[in-house]
Design a protein around this ligand. Sequence first.
Ligand SMILES: Nc1ncnc2c1ncn2[C@@H]1O[C@H](COP(=O)(O)OP(=O)(O)OP(=O)(O)O)[C@@H](O)[C@H]1O
Ligand SMILES: [Mg+2]
Length: 439
Amino acid sequence: MASRTCQGGVTTPESNIFEKYLNRGTVFQDKSVLTSSYVPPILKHRDSQINDIANILSPLLNGEGASNVLLWGNTGTGKTVTAKYLGNQLKTILECEREGILINYIYVNCQTADTHYGVLYGISTHLYSKEEVDTGIAPPPTGWSLDRVHQALKKRLGDSKRVTVIILDEMDMFITKSGDDALYSIMKLNESDSPHGGKDIQSPPRVSIIGIANDISFVDLLDSRVKSRFSNEKVHFTPYITDNLQDILSQRAKLAFREGAIDDSVINLCASTEARVGGDARKAIEILRISGEIADRIGEKSINTDIVKKAYNAIERDYVTESIRALPAQSKHILMSVALNAEAGIERQTTGDVYETYQQLCRKTGLSPLSQRRVTDLISEMDTQGLVNARVRSFGRGGRTKEIALALPNITNVKNVLECDEFLSSMNGFKVKHQTTLV
Ligand SMILES: Nc1ncnc2c1ncn2[C@@H]1O[C@H](COP(=O)(O)OP(=O)(O)OP(=O)(O)O)[C@@H](O)[C@H]1O
Ligand SMILES: [Mg+2]
């Protein structure tokens, strides 16, 4: 084989597998602006939310505590980025204009730190130096009692003479997992100890909490002690419409792509598609990134609408696989029953058809079958997730039935993912045996 010598004197084969990638062009100029950690210098179409929150937080500029506030809205509507953006703005104005007032702006993602201890520890990591961590003064990642961490944080916040904003992102998840006692204890970080509860702290720490959640209904389920501290200030993040997403995507695309690599038709396609299904800016930005990666891979100098469609197919496949894998065993059996019925040519499946196959399948795999009523509920859940379509159909004299179909085009793919399940892996050779219900 022909060989050549590199500068360092190492001999390499002529046809290195990576050579073709070395000088390949790219549509990207700065891909990092398409990542979720990037905070844009200007947030478009969030003026009203930004003004409302700034107004609530404004007492901080005088070194006073501010109210707690709850930001809520669908996924990808800019809640996290707005909270981070306001943190940057506050830091800048305090540095430039209000010397002497210091602020702790603490961001904790409760999905990552999803226990009571985890969230307190997450807060503590912003308040102690490396030296204090090394010498055991700071709370460790595990091992102290909750009360000890709580007291340590309270003292630290009180001593620091700073006002503190704690952002609890994905707060609904935290409460679902850890209950509202945990939230109550965090809210009490800004209160003096009661006369019965040990030492009185002269000036209580000034702590405000910005809670972030998708669904506001969890507030109704909170204990009244917590609710009363949280329910006054709420800011809703509405889903973006097509025009909003066009502006957001254009702003991002200018920084992310080389000149001429993307045009308005591509941006409009992403914006209108996402506006139709919930106005999620994250997904729209992700589609731009994946489209760019596909363009690079196939050697195109610019992104066209065909590439965007490929990006959508790729993202849908991932979503479907993930959602099926995350289903509980019972739902997986029900989904498999719908897939098997469809494969056996039962086009208009009733709940009865699905239930019959499901029972036979459970016998084969050893799973205890649920009642038909429970199976109907699980079918409705999968309908909401977009895995099946369940339509109520009327037939003569006021009769009604539910017609169920797989919402996913490729039955084989669905079956392949389901067969990875512990129970369903033992269904090999199972065949549907029953009569089609006539509707
Ligand atoms: N108004 C905006 N201007 C520019 N970029 C935005 C805007 N709104 C959202 N984005 C971008 O869209 C993506 C999603 O936003 P963000 O993470 O804030 O959504 P979220 O509401 O917190 O969603 P989730 O509920 O899923 O956590 C981020 O990359 C963010 O930078
Ligand atoms: Mg978020």
